[in-house]
Ligand binder design. Structure first.
Ligand code: GLC
Ligand code: CA
Length: 554
């Protein structure tokens, strides 16, 4: 079947719980999504990626799945999903689902069976190992740490063995080396593809093949001890090829999430006709203000960000295709990180321009398009994300509670999981009931309704950017080139295609900046395409967080 032309598209990510509540119980749902489909379409995107909406005990808010073929009752029913899917398609929006198959919930029937013993049909669906003999009682099979809580092994007294969980205890890892598990994955894919969905975002898909011997890791950073033995593992290509076959039958698009996969390895998944993934969610561009994880915070460095941008742009040029993003449900809000809440509108719009015009398919996370910022809750008890709570109790424990909570503000996934701010009525118009999670108090100024009517708003700037990208062959296909990479406050890049060049110039500073056009550019031929200030720009000069986009044709 012919594949969806994802390269021309842009996607909008929905993390449903906080998107829009349609039935007044305080929890976002598919009724809310149904009502908002037009407004998503009006942003100028072409597809939606749903973070998991399946039944889940919510140990990791949907990423712990208890049933792959149904909808969480809090979010609606399969029937309601089909209505959403149908209407989305009518509006010209593709729909892709989150495929989370590195692990399930420990409440998934497979796991409930598996833990019963070594001789039932599901006993090899997960990664079970005997305890290591030790004088001090039971010891786990190796020294790996989980990314979310403590050691990566949990003892199950019933079965008398440990199971592996790279994430939370309630997220046991599937044993993908078992061919039956792979058949299950393919069946799940078929189930949704038969219903009409257009593809998958594949959760930590590069973790599914574990090193056969599960050797001890070298202790370094606790949360990632063991990572080299489960990331980009030995049989990954083979398994991805199998899944690719199914996707191909339906022309489905596949976007793989790949934390810490280096670009060289990424190329092996992303290139050529027999590629196993169409795009990859890399993490490099999320590291410009931290070390390995957002919880180890560092001051923002534009040069680091530019290096990451350019590394992926150059490496994939002519060979693969980039997924472009600055936000999703796993990272704090980008204005609060790489921009400035003080220069909220300016930096929110500049950040849009800095990534939407690179080569690739843009992803926009709910609320990003209206410039939502990090929430700052005053105590750790108000947080719900397992990773944030655990990090708070693990790192920097000798610092004062004030300092530690500030780290949480900067790093927590909850910073970006607050209800979407639709208008300035109570609870930001997210729900008529009591919202399940805190609403950011800035909703009176930061909200979709207010921005709708303001031509200079962040929302309308996103629309202009997306329309510009879509209508420009140069922005779609043109070669990317970065200029003046040494500059610490200015990002300057070119897209060139068939005699036309587009220059994107972005300031990451609250102070005025100057820049020179690169050699070979004739300033008299500059035609302004876009600027994020209402007053006309001056070539060569940048106001705080200004973005300018010019076309130069021969
Ligand atoms: C991915 C998801 C994240 C989840 C983790 C474990 O990184 O994006 O939200 O917690 O996988 O499933
Ligand atoms: Ca609801």
């Amino acid at each position: 079947m012919k594949q969806l032309d994802y390269r021309r598209m842009a996607f909008y990510q929905i993390w449903i719980r906080s998107f829009a509540d349609g039935n007044g119980d305080g929890i976002g749902d598919l009724y809310g999504v149904y009502n908002k489909l037009e407004s998503i379409r009006n942003l100028g995107v072409d597809g939606i990626w749903f973070s998991p909406i399946y039944p889940s005990p919510n140990a990791d808010y949907g990423y712990d799945i208890a049933d792959y073929r149904n909808i969480h009752p809090e979010y609606g029913t399969l029937e309601q999903f089909q209505k959403v899917l149908h209407k989305a398609h009518e509006l010209g929006l593709a729909v892709i689902m989150d495929l989370v198959v590195n692990h399930t919930s420990d409440e998934h029937p497979w796991f409930l069976e598996s833990r019963k013993g070594k001789d039932n049909p599901y006993s090899d669906y997960y990664i079970w190992r005997d305890p290591k003999p030790s004088k001090k009682g039971l010891r786990p099979p190796n020294n790996w740490f989980s990314q979310f809580e403590g050691l990566a092994w949990e003892y199950d007294a019933g079965r008398g063995q440990y199971y592996l969980h790279v994430f939370a205890k309630k997220q046991p890892d599937l044993n993908m080396d078992n061919p039956r598990v792979r058949e299950e994955v393919k069946d799940i894919m078929r189930f949704w593809l038969e219903m009409g969905v257009d593809g998958f975002r594949e959760d930590v898909i590069t973790y599914i093949s574990k090193h056969e011997k599960l050797p001890d890791g070298i202790p370094f950073l606790p949360a990632i001890n063991g990572l080299p033995f489960y990331k980009d593992g030995p049989n990954l290509m083979q398994y991805l090829r199998e899944f690719r076959q199914v996707a191909k039958e339906y022309g489905a698009v596949q976007i793989g999430e790949a934390p810490m996969t280096p670009v060289k390895t990424a190329l092996t998944y992303l290139c050529g006709e027999d590629r196993v993934l169409d795009m990859m969610i890399q993490f490099d561009t999320m590291m410009a203000d931290c070390f390995m994880t957002e919880f180890v915070h560092r001051p923002f460095r534009l040069r680091k960000l530019k290096r990451a941008f350019s590394r992926w742009q150059y490496a994939l040029a002519g060979k693969g295709w980039n997924a472009l993003y600055l936000e999703n449900h796993d990272h704090p809000r980008i204005i609060s990180r790489y921009g400035s809440e003080k220069y909220w509108r300016e930096s929110g719009t500049m950040l849009a321009a800095c990534y939407l015009f690179q080569q690739g398919t843009p992803f926009i996370y709910q609320g990003q398009e209206i410039g939502m910022t990090n929430i700052r809750l005053d105590t750790i008890d108000k947080y719900i994300d397992i990773a944030s709570i655990r990090a708070y109790h693990t790192y920097f424990t000798r610092q004062s509670p004030e300092k530690r909570i500030r780290r949480v503000h900067l790093s927590s996934r909850d910073s970006a999981r607050t209800p979407v701010q639709w208008n300035d009525s109570p609870n930001a118009g997210f729900t008529a009931g009591t919202p399940w999670f805190h609403v950011n108090p800035n909703y009176r100024t930061v909200n979709a309704a207010a921005e709708e009517g303001d031509p200079d708003s962040i929302l309308n700037f996103y629309r202009r950017c997306l329309a510009l990208r879509k209508g420009s062959e140069t922005l779609l296909w043109g070669a990317y080139r970065e200029y003046q990479p040494w500059r610490g406050k200015v990002y300057l890049y070119e897209r060139a295609y068939q005699g036309e060049r587009i220059l994107v110039i972005c300031s990451f500073s609250h102070l005025p900046q100057l820049y020179r056009l690169p050699r070979g550019y004739d300033r008299t031929r500059a035609e302004l395409l876009l600027c994020n200030y209402p007053q006309a720009p001056a070539l060569g000069k940048l106001r705080p967080y200004e973005a300018q986009v010019y076309r130069f044709s021969n």
